[in-house]
Design a protein around this ligand. Structure first.
Ligand SMILES: *Cc1c(COP(=O)(O)O)cnc(C)c1O
Length: 246
């Protein structure tokens, strides 16, 4: 990955975020980009960090465990993919934020692991707003009880919600799912006893729509690093099947 190329893509992505914020009457400072580096190596992460993009996302613990020691310091690592309970200890050690907590069981395992590691972990609850059976995420009806369970945890703090809408060629089709996540957040805030400040939603194909609907964290892979294996729908489908395999 060439630094000039990465810098140009980053600038373009930031400009698109800013334009979406303007359309929605939002402050661009409310939206952060997480550069999803899966399938890309330590050199690519180093380039991103040198360009000032220090929030880096990974979707597999295994890959992160190998990559992170080879990357420069000063990177904030975000876990965005499906996390198995038996990898909670690795996750506690490797990541500064976890976007994809999708069960009470995982919440408790993470809390114990973060206690052992002596860290506090901000997390998002992943919600399956579309009800697609192939997707990870809590069913919306389980959200309030998961949030109540969190209130008693010492080390894990739920700071927001995350979702992955069904793939479509038309980003507009994702809009109702993003809106639904924001509405759930607004409704659950009271039960959470916290701000639920974050909405992690939007990927390379639909992040502008997500920002218009309130995203505070957009997870961009292809838009910044280029194609992983194929483009557009192909890359997206590959991302989802990878997530399923873990
Ligand atoms: C791969 C991945 C992304 C980034 O996907 P792009 O379409 O390349 O931007 C975002 N979120 C998750 C959970 C992913 O697995």
């Amino acid at each position: 990955m060439d630094a000039t190329e990465f810098a140009a893509r980053l600038e373009r992505a930031r400009a698109r975020v800013a334009a979406a914020c303007r359309r929605a009457g939002r402050d661009p400072a409310e939206v952060a980009i997480v550069a999803v580096a899966k399938n890309f190596g330590p050199q690519d992460v180093a380039v991103a960090a040198a360009c000032g993009q220090t929030r880096i996302g990974e979707s597999k613990v295994q890959e992160a465990r190998q990559k992170i020691p080879l990357c420069p310091g000063g990177v904030e690592w975000h876990m965005v993919g499906h996390l198995q309970t038996n990898k909670a200890r690795d996750a506690a050690r490797l990541f500064g934020m976890i976007h994809s907590v999708d069960s009470e069981r995982l919440l408790r395992a993470l809390d114990a692991a973060c206690g052992e590691a002596g860290v506090r972990m901000p997390v998002c609850l992943q919600v399956n707003v579309s009800g697609e059976s192939s997707k990870f995420g809590l069913p919306p009806e389980d959200g309030p009880s998961a949030l109540e369970a969190c209130a008693g945890l010492a080390c894990v703090e739920v700071v927001g919600l995350m979702t992955i809408p069904p793939f479509s060629r038309d980003a507009e089709e994702a809009r109702p799912h993003f809106r639904r996540l924001r509405e759930l957040r607004d409704r659950w805030r009271a039960a959470a006893g916290g701000e639920l400040a974050h909405l992690s939603m939007g990927m390379s194909d639909d992040f502008e729509v997500a920002v218009e609907e309130g995203a505070t964290l957009v997870r961009l892979g292809t838009a910044l690093f280029g194609a992983r294996n194929g483009r557009g729908a192909g890359a997206r489908a590959a991302a989802e099947s990878e997530a399923t395999e873990q």
